[in-house]
Design a protein around this ligand. Structure first.
Ligand code: GAR
Length: 199
């Protein structure tokens, strides 16, 4: 907890997304219900057309779109994100389907304060197509991992994992639906434990 925060004040949280934002929605809903004790202060997207941005606005959370332009160094683009997160005094950064790799400078700016969710049992199937990759590998079991973010892709200390069976005849869509259901339950619960050190 930072020194300028009251002991009884809920920590601030920024969420970073690239697309639908269904995990973001589950997290903001949990915060509104009170089962996740945190203030969602900002939703950031690298994709100005992300569906999740509209959803965040409709849920009353401030949004920011910061497109990564070709030819512009990532650090420069990230500076706008870092500035906005600091201005909102977010203590935590929650990646929820944010599909850009953060630079070491970003990770160092918020060391041990960035969390990610991934639709596989890491270290298996990192990357942007984990659900498809698990089906193509003919795995029997995949799942969901929540982890702290370090400089590598889908990498860092694992906080929670839950298995999801791959059923005969599963398509990417049917498996994704079951994985998302697990994510929407597991992510808010794990964040509550992490933010309030209740492990
Ligand atoms: C989620 O399944 C999340 O685990 C995955 O993107 C999806 C975003 O869905 N993240 C990764 O693959 C990270 N490598 P959402 O926008 O509906 O929350």
């Amino acid at each position: 907890m930072s020194s300028d925060m009251n002991a009884d004040e809920k920590p601030g949280m920024a969420i970073m997304i690239s697309g639908t934002g269904s995990n973001m929605e589950a997290i903001i809903s949990a915060a509104k219900r009170g089962s996740l004790s945190v203030r969602p202060v900002l939703v950031v997207s690298d994709n100005p057309d992300a569906r999740g941005l509209k959803k965040a606005k409709s849920m009353g959370v401030k949004t920011l779109a910061v497109p990564y332009e070709r030819g512009i160094p990532r650090e420069e683009t990230e500076s706008a994100i870092i500035g906005a997160i600091k201005a909102e005094r977010a203590e935590w950064i929650v990646l929820a389907g944010f599909m850009k790799l953060l630079t070491p400078r970003f990770v160092q700016a918020f060391r041990n304060r960035i969390v990610n969710i991934h639709p596989a049992l890491l270290p298996a199937f990192p990357g942007a197509h984990a659900i498809r990759d698990a089906i193509e590998a003919k795995a029997d079991i995949t799942g969901v991992t929540v982890h702290m973010v370090d400089e590598l892709m889908d990498h860092g200390t694992i906080i929670a994992r839950e298995e999801v069976a791959i059923l005969p005849g599963d398509t990417e869509e049917t498996l994704a639906a079951r994985i998302h259901a697990v994510e929407h339950r597991l992510y808010p619960r794990t964040l509550q434990q992490l933010f309030h050190e209740d492990f």
